[in-house]
Design a protein. Structure first.
Length: 136
């Protein structure tokens, strides 16, 4: 019993009915989501990394100290597409915990697809403490 040659394994070309990869990748896309920040001198921003815990809390003691936030600091938290902004606000309904944690509301976590154990980038601008402070 003889076996014939094994055919070469070469992928076939895409069928003409499917859009080409280059056509699909050239669709116009909107801008990336960004918080509205004012121009600041270089070197004024502070950055940190934190892990979201099972209760939705994040903390970076160095950033909260740089911002001058304490347990009595009232906060305003707002979610944008993939971005959460936390700002000091005398009329805010959230507070920094006595241990320095910011508890992100469940709605904001779901909106940004954050889960326990996720690492988040924190960004703070100590020059804007009196008007607003940014997170992530």
């Amino acid at each position: 019993m003889s076996v014939g040659p094994i055919p070469a394994v070469i992928p076939s070309a895409l069928p003409p009915s499917r859009p080409s990869i280059t056509t699909a990748s050239m669709r116009p896309r909107g801008p990336l989501p960004l918080a509205r920040l004012t121009q600041r001198p270089a070197g004024t921003l502070r950055f940190g990394l934190a892990t979201v815990d099972t209760n939705g809390r994040v903390a970076d003691a160095a950033l909260t100290r740089a911002l001058g936030w304490t347990a009595i600091t009232r906060l305003h938290i707002q979610a944008y597409t993939g971005l959460i902004v936390v700002a000091a606000d005398e009329h805010g309904i959230f507070r920094l915990s006595r241990l320095g944690h910011v508890k992100l509301p469940a709605a904001a976590r779901h909106w940004c697809r954050l889960r326990a154990g996720d690492r988040v980038l924190l960004a703070a601008d100590p020059l804007t403490v009196s008007s607003s402070c940014t997170r992530r």
